[in-house]
Design a protein around this ligand. Structure first.
Ligand SMILES: [Ca+2]
Length: 275
């Protein structure tokens, strides 16, 4: 073998050894990364897709905190100090048909109606307002020890969120705490539970600051599905740059229609979920 050929062979061998070493160590590094608890952020929970069936106008002055349909009529509760209201809404125009304004020191949150009785949470005021239908007459106040975020009902009890990963079950007559349900997604606490809606045995919750609506099984608190409404969020942002997060889920039991919107959104949508 020529001396020059021998030299080339040695160089090739060195390069090959170097490459093998590089790939081996890189693979090891990758393996280490995969073993880190990065998987926490990658949810195994099934995505639920949706289709927009109809688009309605929504008041961009409404900082939506609670959205419901009761006996065919839509009601909305809004937040912010000096701007908190309880309203009956004309779905087709987005305008308020009836309004009760909260005193300026109260920051309104979620609303629900059970047996013609309206419950409206407040954020950090530790009070729940109770009104009668159809006059919005305030008949009672309950004390709430946590912050108030979202509220819904299964027709018997009240279910409340406080921005944590817990859901609280209350007696509607006394507002005494009956049960606390820790909500988990993939075994980890599902934080920032916000506006709620009870739909056919499951709880649906907006997750604050995220584009997700979580579908929760109230029997064990497990998140069993999630809906990503980011596309609608981007759409309303392009129409009205001042929009805030998605918030507001309403269900009409009679028509089986689901409605969603967000804080200061210019639109409200009837959506249909995939099975
Ligand atoms: Ca709701």
């Amino acid at each position: 073998m020529k001396k020059s050929t021998k030299g080339i062979l040695i160089i090739v061998l060195l390069l090959a050894t170097g490459l093998i070493y590089y790939f081996y160590t890189t693979k090891e590094k990758d393996d280490v990364v995969i073993d880190e608890p990065v998987q926490e952020t990658v949810s195994k929970v099934a995505q639920i897709s949706y289709a927009v069936k109809k688009t309605y106008p929504h008041d961009t002055g409404s900082y939506t905190q609670g959205l419901i349909v009761y006996k065919g009529d839509m009601y909305e509760g809004t937040g912010l100090n000096s701007a908190s209201r309880l309203m009956k809404i004309d779905l087709n125009t987005g305008k308020a048909l009836k309004t009760h304004a909260l005193d300026k020191e109260f920051f309104g949150e979620g609303i629900t109606i059970l047996k013609d009785t309206i419950y409206q949470l407040t954020w950090q005021n530790n009070v729940v307002f109770v009104y009668t239908l159809p006059d919005f007459k305030k008949v009672k106040e309950f004390r709430l020890n946590t912050e108030g975020w979202g509220i819904t009902t299964d027709g018997k009890k009240l279910m409340v969120s406080d921005g944590s990963s817990n859901l609280y079950i209350y007696d509607p007559a006394t507002f005494s705490l009956l049960q606390t349900i820790p909500v988990k997604e993939d075994g980890y606490p599902a934080q920032y539970l916000n506006e709620l809606e009870y739909i056919d045995g499951f709880l649906y919750a907006n997750q604050y600051t995220s584009p997700y609506i979580l579908k929760i099984d109230p029997k064990d608190g497990n998140v069993v599905g999630k809906i990503n409404v980011n596309e609608l969020w981007q759409r309303v942002r392009s129409i009205h740059p001042g929009v805030d997060v998605p918030n507001g889920i309403a269900y009409d039991e009679a028509t089986k229609k689901i409605y969603i919107t967000g804080k200061l959104w210019p639109e409200l949508y009837e959506i249909e979920l995939s099975k």
